[in-house]
Design a protein around this ligand. Sequence first.
Ligand SMILES: Cc1ncc(C[n+]2csc(CCOP(=O)(O)OP(=O)(O)O)c2C)c(N)n1
Ligand SMILES: [Mg+2]
Length: 588
Amino acid sequence: MSKTVGDFLLERLAEWGIRRIYGFPGDGINGILGALNRTGGEFEFVQVRHEEMAAFMACGHAKFTGEVGVCLATSGPGAIHLLNGLYDAKLDHQPVVAIVGQSARTAIGGSYQQEVDLTTLFKDVASEYVEVVMSPQSMRHVIDRAIRIARAQRAPTCVIVPNDLQELPYEKPARAHNTIHSGVGYAIPRPIPDEHELQHAADALNAGEKVAMLVGAGALNATAEVLEVADALGAGIAKALLGKAAVPDTLPFVTGSIGLLGTKPSYRMMMECDTLLMVGSNFPYSEFLPKEGQARGVQIDIDARLVSIRYPMEVNLVGDSASTLRLLRPLLKRKQDRGWRRKIEKEVADWWATLEDRAMEDAHPINPQRVFWELSPRIPDGAILTCDSGSSANWYARDLKIREGMMASLSGGLATMGPGVPYAIAAKFAHPNRPVIALVGDGAFQMNGMNEVLTIGKYWKRWSDPRLVIMVLNNRDLNQVTWEQRVMDGDPKYEASQQIPDYPYARYAKDAGLNGIRVDRPEDVGPAWDAALASDRPTVLDIYTDPDVPPLPPHVTFKQARHFAESLLKGDPDTAGVLRASVKELFA
Ligand SMILES: Cc1ncc(C[n+]2csc(CCOP(=O)(O)OP(=O)(O)O)c2C)c(N)n1
Ligand SMILES: [Mg+2]
């Protein structure tokens, strides 16, 4: 049999170094699946339970490897299911290539079954590149461009392959007019700003007496450089959510997370600093940054579109974080007065003590903060952590102490529910020798995580280290939003939208052939983590927590406090528990 377009597509993916494809079948891609079957094990096809999960896994793969993640779905419904996961990649700037089927070219335009205008559907999410492959000769450049643009723009791209085309004999582009002759390969550029701008930045930073740093995902590969610059400047370092693993929480001048899920020392540092150095972050909430005019601002970002949009910066350095910081360092004078740094360190130490007190407060039955607090010292070296959107993101951001050599991520920009478990699966496939821990809410777990537990059941024996722990924060509530209703809107909890079914997740895991541990007493939390992290197979850790413990922002505004009080006065169904837990939290 001659080489088909499907065979060639895979050959080309392999040339680009791609070895794993997350996907789900359908007759719109049978020509590609048939070709995959013929490759004889060169590719690992990971079969998910829902195409959105394939897109999340491709995004997780990109986040945890720095390489392109690939997902594959059939035409019509399969393609539509990918969308949310692709938006997650778009908003977190990850290179993902979606390959989708389409009706046969002979049927397109005929309101055929499963025919959807996929170019229009993907036009926004894959705005950097979405193309239909029109002929065997154009397969080569469309896939080459989709991969190269995904990498270059750090964005999802989409290749639409009509199903009849997949089975046709492959043809090289002819040496003729109107043909495209593309090649394989991409090296990540490391741009640096010009000297004049670097000196301008150094002058501003040298003049400052109270320098605050904020680092994000763009600093994940610049840990050493960030720490050297922070040392010279006597600065504290706050972290945006996606930058959680950029610097370890074990350092005394790292103030931790910022924003609604942030810490008090980060808040105070931003309110009091006279100079702000932001590295690789698009942190959105300006009210947690200095007031306009309060601080001189210097920003480093790889993307010129994203500088000076959260705070009016004096100097915008467009460049690679590590390379730029390396050039900046020799221009900085080491601050002799370390008073500002000492003050930050004192506040950080006090804050950790506060967090411990808050975590160890009694609750009914288990304080969710304790779940995260007890995990910190137990996180194995080199672990990869994932988290979902929900109240767990608060405790992940504030309470978890990440150390050097770990990785951690969640859906930052889109803040979608659902990626916790699929990210963890992608982490296991990419790094089968590293322990992985997913921290997810019961709502997110019911939304899709439970289904992907079946995927874990199917594949876990391939992983050299079988440890994958999914901690389900079982609060029978869509708790983050319940608290938003109270604190942001002054409304009582709306039970009809907020309460979710109580379900025995540990039993479910056991039925799926995995380990399941149910915890409903505070003193069992630590030992349960130990057992899960020593298990010979993946574990679902179902922890029965108290929904009344408030995920309080680091700084409660008068308006928020008034809303909260109003929500209770309006007859919140959980008033008694909420009052008890809030008073403890506020005074802890
Ligand atoms: C796909 C999606 N739907 C809805 C939301 C809004 N939302 C954010 S957090 C949350 C609650 C999550 O509940 P759960 O997973 O149980 O976590 P909890 O907050 O209870 O810990 C909701 C509904 C979202 N971010 N994403
Ligand atoms: Mg919940």
